[in-house]
Design a binder for this molecule. Structure first.
Ligand code: PLP
Length: 361
């Protein structure tokens, strides 16, 4: 089998220097505290094997992933120096795998505390306390029992997670902050961590000793309203495979969901939902070619999207690359067009499109 030339394929370009600059911004916000790096889900789809070492070089010392498998891979990638926490915590089956790789679980329940203790491990683990999200984390009502189970030993890290930090004015933020502050006082020797990306922008009171940014490293501040103080880290572009001129009244794509109101020039590009470009952006998303905005016409197909490239004039040629995400097509616009979160736009691109990595400067 001959491999297809990459100029005929969609391409994801990951800008490691942008990711490092974004991390630096959180490190600055953390003040005397530290900024960790959340690299679960293959660094939000951008490639943990490239992203994590770049961040380690930039100075990141603490990493969070979701699963033990991710953590073992990350330990392989990073070597021994960095601290790695596993957000989902241990099970009876896998608890033995943590210590040999120097991985620290985040303990989320009395059960997990029991598992950790039964394994004879020392208390090098984080404790996640649920202060109102009702997802993972020790319920406040179990705190006394947990304290006893931990034999009143201190934890190196006590953390919680905000449910509504994308809206800094949401009342649940202040309530979670209050609960966390009270609970954390029971662990005087522990480092405290409450804020992920958007929480870091909720005010100094939310920052404590360790920030846990994820999406912020990859270019989105996670806030519902405001402008973005962060650098875009991912560019997705795809080449034009075919051009055509269609007349008013002609339709485009499956289901003939788009009807041309006027004559237009269309381009079909090599990108589709099989590459992770969400089908829900059908008829709503857009690309940019030579500064011209090119709306998606009709449905996104498995490997193809058809765009209106009339405004791009002579720049629209077979082989020209249309930007579908990047500096000219903000992540937030793509998410809005697809009716989803920036997080899902990025994680969908994991491992599918071709990836070029620009080294950190
Ligand atoms: C995913 C996650 C983060 C990172 O969240 P972002 O919004 O991407 O910054 C931090 N903490 C926990 C517990 C998480 O699950």
């Amino acid at each position: 089998m001959t491999s297809e030339p990459s100029r005929r394929l969609a391409r994801l370009t990951v800008d490691l220097s942008a990711i490092c600059a974004n991390w630096r911004r959180f490190a600055d916000l953390a003040g005397p505290g530290e900024a960790a790096a959340v690299v679960k889900a293959d660094a939000y789809g951008l490639g943990v094997r490239d992203v994590a070492p770049a961040l380690a070089l930039e100075g990141a010392r603490t990493f969070f992933v979701a699963t033990l498998g991710e953590a073992l891979d990350l330990r392989d990638t990073l070597g021994e120096a960095q601290t790695i926490y596993v957000l989902n915590g241990p099970t009876y089956d896998d608890v033995g795998a943590f210590a040999p790789a120097r991985l620290f679980p985040v303990l989320n329940s009395l059960d997990q505390i029991g598992i950790w203790k039964a394994a004879g491990a020392e208390v090098a683990a984080a404790l996640h306390i649920d202060t109102g999200m009702n997802r993972l984390g020790l319920p406040l009502t179990d705190l006394g029992a947990a304290h006893d189970a931990l034999a009143r030993r201190d934890m190196p890290l006590v953390m919680s997670h905000l449910a509504c930090a994308s809206d800094p004015a949401h009342a649940l933020n202040a309530l979670q902050l209050k609960r966390f502050t009270e609970v954390a006082a029971h662990f005087p020797g522990a480092r405290k961590s409450l804020a992920a990306t958007s929480g870091a922008f909720c005010g100094a009171a939310y920052r404590f000793g360790l920030l846990r940014p994820g999406i912020g490293l990859y270019g989105d501040a996670g806030l519902d309203g405001d402008a973005q103080p962060l650098a875009p880290a991912a560019t997705l572009d795809a080449p034009i495979l075919q051009l055509r001129d269609i007349a008013a009244g002609e339709t485009v794509g499956y289901g003939a969901t788009f009807t041309a109101p006027a004559p237009m020039r269309t381009a079909t590009i090599a990108l589709g939902y099989a590459d992770g470009y969400l089908r829900s952006a059908s008829g709503r998303g857009y690309g940019v070619l030579a500064g011209a905005r090119c709306p998606i016409l009709g449905r996104v197909s498995m490997d193809l999207i058809t765009l209106d490239v009339t405004a791009a004039g002579g720049a629209a040629e077979v082989g020209s690359r249309v930007e579908m995400l990047g500096a000219n097509v903000p992540l937030r616009d793509v998410a809005a067009a697809a009716g989803t979160a920036t997080y899902e736009v990025l994680t969908n691109l994991s491992g599918v499109a071709r990836r070029h990595v620009r080294s950190a400067a």
